[in-house]
Design a protein. Sequence first.
Length: 259
Amino acid sequence: MPTTRAVTIKRASEIESMRAAGRVLAGILEVLRAELRPGVSTGDLDVIAERMIREAGAVPSFKGYGSNPPFPGSICASINDEVVHGIPSHKRRLADGDVVSIDIGCIVDGWHADCARTWAVGPVPATVTELIDATRRGMEAGIAAAVPGNRLGDVGHAIETIAHAGGYGIVRLFVGHGIGQSMHEAPQVPNYGRQGTGMRIEAGMCFAIEPMFNLGGDDVFVAGDNWTVRTVDGGLSAHFENTIAVTDEGPRLLTAEPG
């Protein structure tokens, strides 16, 4: 997905609007998690998400995004070897053992927040549970490195270290990003990198940090619907994402649970 070029420093009031959007998303994800069971369609989940977004007075970030074709859903629902940008459908029903990544974004007062979670449907092998846990920890490590004075390479290195420790592939074709009045702003925030390299991080910057780890190789491709991204080798994939604001006190999580 394209990004705007300018890196913007957000004011406190703007960050509060993003936090309001993040609260909406966190609450919706808790509801969607409770709905994950065999027989439920990803289209059902999309209907719930859009209704809750609009009931909160927010606007879906994803619906109508892009072109050729515009994205049709309010969530991305990616299953098993689908990495990101899976199109929700009433024909796509969950089954025991599925690995489901839900990515969701919304706008409050013109400001975006964006987050994603991966869950298993029913019991899964330990290797799958470990993949999901490692991806979450990779996100958390990247967030912890997003402090003033560090560089973007420090964020990517922190994420990459977790992936390499578990022997997981890292998706390199899709990365994290700045976020604000546009869903995708500069800079790009790769999930790999060398310490001490890249743009210097400053207070007031806002990022969506979103590692995608694969139970296999790094390589992915875009499917024939021009949206869904899948692993080349058919390996399972997991995806976690949070929107954060960089502050002098450290990273502030804007897509945490309501509260």
